[in-house]
Write a protein that binds this ligand. Structure first.
Ligand SMILES: *[C@@H]1O[C@H](CO)[C@@H](O)[C@H](O)[C@H]1NC(C)=O
Length: 451
């Protein structure tokens, strides 16, 4: 009793229900496509029909027909409708011809057009946590029956009872078989998917998918795990994840929260640390004390003779992704330490260290089933001097130079690291390559399209 009370009350307490880290809205477009292709690819009705004539243990032969065969199964037309809080109502319209020897002797041919209807209830399977459709209440409705038998009361009664006896057993398993096929298409949904060598992302369902009058919504609580097994918690400061308005009814979208992208980037944090030894980098002036002295006279005083310099970048906080309508940024906090190189055998000498906060602008794209990011410097937000072996100097003079340096030296490496891509949920053979990407408040929206 107490447990029930808690289930009822605890659900109402604020903060007990976390926001999903990702969300999928499945419209009729994709569901229709999936069920239709499952039906066609599986040739299930033909298979069922082929079985119909065979003797099976435990199944009594139909009185009055011998040598029964089913042929000319028509390509089914499938109509789906959402049933709020239940799942989808499925109607399969098809036709076929039943042949055999009738009780009156002679060849019999019955041409039928019929509807198979069932409710496909959407559940979350307990063992696997995966969404599953289960069919209920399968019924066969005859739309028309034509036969070469003489039309009389006895024949009609025979037809009616025979068809009602034989058809559900013959055709209802087709509905289940199609669902097995559809369910298989999200069987791998919650498998952990690798992010390079750095860890995995798993799209676990947060709850049973919810059905409304216009779509099915799947809430995910993604699990981002480092290779060593440590789970990275998704921040909960992002606010609720909501699909922005403006998408056509019946269309499908996948939303990825800023919190999820941030957690995925945390997997890569160490790869953003780098030691840059090159003397020439992109469009930058040569990496020497002379170049630095152009901004800071104190360098020239300490190093009258030119010396090559190398830079060490250390990112000391997990990078953070922000998403505001139309713009997404990647925030970095870290240090840049510049060293002068010394003669062989001697360690480099630290010139100075700068603490910095800067952000990169992210451009998103999809390749295969992975989200790709490409970045460029947006802004250097702060630059403060830490240690210095050349005394005090005005680090603000370096703002422009460091901004260029980040763009030319840091960004290419970051983009290279990001090329690993973040896996997208593997379900229903969705082709993410066709998706249109929109940056919304707190979420990246993939507007899913069919080819
Ligand atoms: C059979 O299904 C079709 C398509 O859903 C529908 O238009 C038609 O009314 C149904 N016929 C019967 C007799 O239920």
């Amino acid at each position: 009793m107490l447990q029930i009370l808690c289930l009822a009350l605890c659900g109402l307490l604020p903060g007990t229900r976390a926001d999903p880290g990702a969300l999928l809205r499945l419209g009729m477009d994709i569901l229709n496509h999936e069920v239709q292709s499952a039906m066609e690819e599986s040739h299930i009705l033909e298979k069922m029909a082929a079985e119909a004539g065979k003797k099976r243990p435990g199944v009594k032969p139909i009185k009055g027909i011998t040598n029964m065969k089913v042929k000319d199964v028509q390509l089914p037309v499938i109509t789906l409708n959402f049933v709020p809080e239940v799942g989808i109502f499925q109607c399969v319209s098809t036709g076929m011809t039943i042949t055999g020897k009738s009780f009156m002797g002679g060849n019999m041919e019955i041409v039928i057009v019929l509807n198979i209807t069932a409710t496909n209830r959407l559940l979350q399977e307990e063992e696997t946590g995966l969404p599953v459709f289960k069919s209920e209440g399968c019924e066969i409705t005859l739309v028309s029956v034509k036969t070469n038998l003489p039309s009389n009361k006895m024949v009609n009664k025979f037809l009616d009872s025979t068809l009602h006896k034989v058809l559900p057993g013959m055709l209802c398993p087709a509905i289940d078989a199609v669902l097995v096929y559809v369910n298989q298409k999200w069987a791998r949904l919650s498998d952990p998917m690798p992010v390079g060598q750095m860890g995995t992302v798993k799209y676990a369902l947060m709850s049973t998918p919810a059905t409304t009058a216009s779509h099915i919504q799947v809430d995910f609580s993604p699990e981002v795990t480092q290779q060593k097994g440590k789970t990275i918690k998704l921040a909960e400061d992002g606010g609720p994840l909501e699909i922005p308005g403006g998408y056509a009814e019946g269309s499908s979208q996948l939303l990825l929260s800023a919190a999820l992208l941030t957690a995925e980037l945390a997997l890569l944090q160490k790869s953003f640390n780098m030691d840059i030894q090159d003397q020439t980098i992109g469009e930058l002036p040569p990496q020497t004390t002379v170049t630095l002295a152009g901004f800071i006279p104190e360098v020239a005083e300490a190093y009258p003779k030119p010396k090559p310099v190398v830079t060490q970048i250390r990112i000391n906080k997990p990078p953070k992704v922000t998403l505001k309508t139309g713009k997404s940024l990647l925030h970095f906090h870290g240090s840049l330490e510049i060293f002068t190189t010394r003669r062989r055998g001697k360690p480099p000498m630290s010139l100075f260290l700068l603490e910095t906060h800067f952000n990169l602008k992210i451009q998103y794209s999809v390749q295969g089933n992975r989200l790709q990011m490409d970045t460029s410097v947006d802004r250097l937000l702060s630059l403060t001097r830490g240690s210095s072996s050349i005394g005090n100097f005005n680090e603000e003079e370096l703002t422009g130079y460091i901004t260029d340096y980040l763009q030319e030296a840091f960004v290419p490496v970051v983009n290279d690291v990001l090329r690993v891509g973040f896996p997208l949920p593997d379900l229903l053979a969705i082709d993410y390559n066709l998706a249109e990407l929109h940056i919304a408040e707190n979420a990246l929206v993939l507007d899913l399209k069919l080819d």
